[in-house]
Design a protein around this ligand. Structure first.
Ligand code: C5P
Length: 288
């Protein structure tokens, strides 16, 4: 019997706030962001194979381009090159998250692939090479390796864990209009935000929400320019009972609402699904 595949979860990330604080000479923007990871995500199943092969399935698999161009393949190639081995293995990617949607799907898949391939190839569990490779793959990939609440700075690679964040409950809503990150940054015209201090120490949920409300997602206007439907998604989330905060995640188009309980989030998700059958809507808990 073939060995059972190794299953690795690739959680969606949410930027609870995102401030753009400057622009580097290489064109990348410097940010401050509080990021969390949710129990909604993609799934990877890895098994031994004589060459590298990626198969895709799931509700959003059709939106993925050529599998060879997938960030998962690039992650495998960079990891194999670092350890001077040939990349081998079958990776089945179940794409549950909409693509180009501001919740890090591609970055999460790449980070999950790195974690899984270290196990599949019996490589040493050293964080430093993974972090280095993650940085080459994209600005959000280092954070996606972490998968727990964190404060991100730099272009996203400077990470401070935030274990004191209380449990939050989310609804994610996306109008299903792919919103490419480079286009959103290209439309960014906001002045830069002054750097702020990391939140804390220990606060109640109400204090965390108040701190978050004092912040923004600076990419919101630029994302609405690229995908005007975002405006309606934000308004619909704001109108759900018990919504403590509604905001765009990353460069969009996914927006999220925060709720005090899983029951309130569930009710809000049901309401949005009923009223907006052409959107992707899901309730999600927070990984910690
Ligand atoms: O790193 P990633 O591939 O996710 O970024 C996609 C594009 O988004 C970059 O090429 C850049 O145009 C923009 N970007 C940026 N500053 C960041 C992250 C992304 O300008 N911190």
């Amino acid at each position: 019997m073939p060995p059972s595949p190794l299953h690795i979860f690739a959680p969606a990330k949410l930027n609870l706030f995102l401030h753009v604080t400057g622009k580097r000479t290489d064109g990348y923007h410097t940010l401050q962001s509080l990021m969390v990871f949710t129990d909604a995500g993609d799934e990877l199943a890895l098994s031994p194979h004589d060459r590298l092969q990626i198969e895709t399935e799931g509700p959003f698999a059709a939106q993925l381009g050529n599998p060879e161009d997938n960030l998962v393949c690039k992650a495998a190639a960079l990891l194999a090159a670092h350890y001077k081995i040939s990349p081998r293995g079958k990776i089945r990617l179940t794409k549950n998250l909409p693509v180009a949607s501001g919740i890090g799907g591609g970055s999460a898949d790449a980070a999950a692939a790195l974690k899984g391939l270290v196990k599949l190839w019996n490589l040493p569990e050293e964080p430093a090479p993974l972090l280095q490779i993650a940085q080459k793959l994209g600005a959000d990939v280092p954070a996606c390796l972490h998968q727990k609440p964190l404060w991100a700075e730099g272009i996203g690679e400077k990470i401070t864990p935030l274990p004191e964040l209380p449990d939050l409950h989310f609804v994610l809503a996306n109008p299903l209009v792919p919103t490419p990150t480079p286009q959103v940054f290209g439309n960014f015209q906001h002045g830069f935000s002054a750097p702020i201090r990391i939140f804390g120490p220990q606060k109640s949920t109400g204090e965390w929400i108040a701190s978050l409300k004092a912040c923004r997602n600076d990419l919101t206007d630029a994302a609405i320019t690229v995908t005007p439907a975002i405006r309606g998604v934000l308004a619909a989330l704001a109108a759900t009972p018990g919504c403590l905060l509604h905001r765009l995640s990353g460069s969009g188009a996914t927006c999220f609402g925060i709720y005090d309980s899983a029951e309130l989030a569930q009710a809000a998700a049901s309401m949005l699904k009923r009223n907006h059958k052409d959107w992707w809507v899901t309730q999600a808990g927070m990984l910690r």
